[in-house]
Design a protein around this ligand. Structure first.
Ligand code: PMP
Ligand code: GLN
Length: 380
């Protein structure tokens, strides 16, 4: 794992703290989740729910996830056997890849990709094959022919993240249909990372890959509470899949962490059942913040790409006269008192993302405004 060093999020958040910069790097909100849900966690601790919950997770959360999947997507997963609670989506992804891949197997992921994918695949001794997403009319997408060409006899799985971090793309039904067709032809398992499932804008809806014909049986669907309820520090996630796949994932998961923390599980069950109106308000608030940050970044001289989901905006830094996003990200605290994420670290082919920098907009309006004011120094 030497090659993996320190994650870009840790590096950039430390840089923000050291320099007193505004942190639009690591994606975490600066406001809290729904108050009643936070109270539930406190109550759970106060009422003695402080010992190991069952390995697969607290039944109440598994039931709440099952109800939520059915109500939102028409998907049926049995609380007993088809749902597994994990320590965030991160553990779910790692346990799934470790469970399904033998050394030498190949896993396809769309680059730029969330950094834990490459690390989890490396831990399994497997190989990552990256299919590049590129901006077409201002929206990052992939070429279905390149995707098809990435499949070899060793390809075991494809990791599909929609809404997609770091580009903000929400895959369309046509894009998902291309992925689904390939999975069925080549016998691949789809591992879907849907942690931003509720954070979509402009009326764009998230479509889970598992809802496409023939996909439920070959999809390991992953999500978590962090983004939906603004509790990224709770690290409560889940896997939904047919029982044999969940059994395989749990076989690994039980030796990574055995089980996830008890109090958060009850609180998240409450959130999924009672706080979806709060989530709807979060989503429309985030859409306004997206527009606010996009407008500000454009005024500061960046070329801005419009995301349909997540809470990240991609910018092209070349109009400001910069060419290397890593170099700019490291100098940004000194140049402008702001921290951002260089997108190139999320590529197998970093040269394809050299000129992109990611900014997060899950921040208070005044924080976004101050960051934009500071960034205007870049062109001054
Ligand atoms: N996948 C993506 C695409 C993410 O952006 C993140 C970061 N929240 C995760 C997974 C990890 O989620 P969690 O914090 O629930 O482990
Ligand atoms: N998901 C968050 C992001 O992309 C950060 C997660 C992390 O710090 N590992 O910014």
């Amino acid at each position: 794992m030497r090659a993996f060093g320190t994650t870009i999020f840790a590096e950039m958040s430390a840089l923000a703290a050291q320099t007193g910069s505004i942190n639009l790097g690591q994606g975490f909100p600066d406001t809290d989740g729904p108050a009643a849900m936070l109270d539930r966690a406190v109550q759970a601790i106060g009422s003695g729910l402080n010992q190991y919950p069952p390995g697969p997770g607290t039944l109440e959360l598994r039931q709440a996830v099952s109800e939520h999947r059915l109500a939102h997507y028409g998907l049926t997963y049995a609380a007993d056997g088809e749902i597994l609670v994990t320590v965030g989506a991160t553990e779910a992804i790692a346990a799934t890849v470790l469970a399904l891949c033998e050394p030498g197997d190949e896993v396809i992921a769309f680059e730029p990709y969330y950094d834990s994918y490459a690390a989890s695949i490396a831990l399994a001794g497997a190989r990552l094959t990256a299919v590049t997403m590129r901006p077409v009319d201002g929206r990052f997408t992939f070429d279905p022919d390149e995707l098809r060409a990435a499949v070899t006899p060793r390809t075991k799985a494809i990791l599909v993240n929609s809404p997609h971090n770091p580009t903000g793309t929400v895959f369309t039904r046509a894009e998902l249909t291309a992925i689904a067709g390939l999975c069925q032809e080549a016998g691949l398992i789809a591992i879907t990372d849907e942690v931003y499932e509720h954070l979509t804008f402009d009326g764009v809806e998230h479509i889970p890959l598992a809802t496409l014909p023939g996909m439920r049986e070959r999809t390991v669907m992953i999500s978590s509470a962090g983004k939906t309820f603004s509790v990224t520090g709770w690290k409560t996630g889940w896997v939904c899949a047919p029982a044999p796949l969940v059994r395989a994932v749990n076989t690994v998961k039980q030796f990574l962490t055995y089980t996830a923390s008890a109090p958060w599980q009850l609180a998240v069950a409450y959130g999924l059942r009672q706080e979806l109106e709060w989530v709807a308000a979060l989503r429309s608030g985030l859409q306004d913040k997206r527009d606010r940050l996009m407008e500000g970044l454009a005024a500061a001289g960046f070329e801005v790409l419009r995301p349909s989901g997540t809470y990240f905006v991609q910018t092209d830094i070349r109009p400001l006269g910069f060419t290397d996003g890593m170099d700019l990200a490291r100098r940004l605290p000194e140049l402008a008192g702001v921290v951002a994420i260089p997108t190139q670290v999320f590529y197998e082919h970093p040269e394809r993302g050299t000129h992109f920098v990611r900014f997060a907009f899950c921040k208070k309006d005044e924080v976004i405004d101050e960051a934009v004011t500071r960034l205007k120094r870049l062109s001054a």
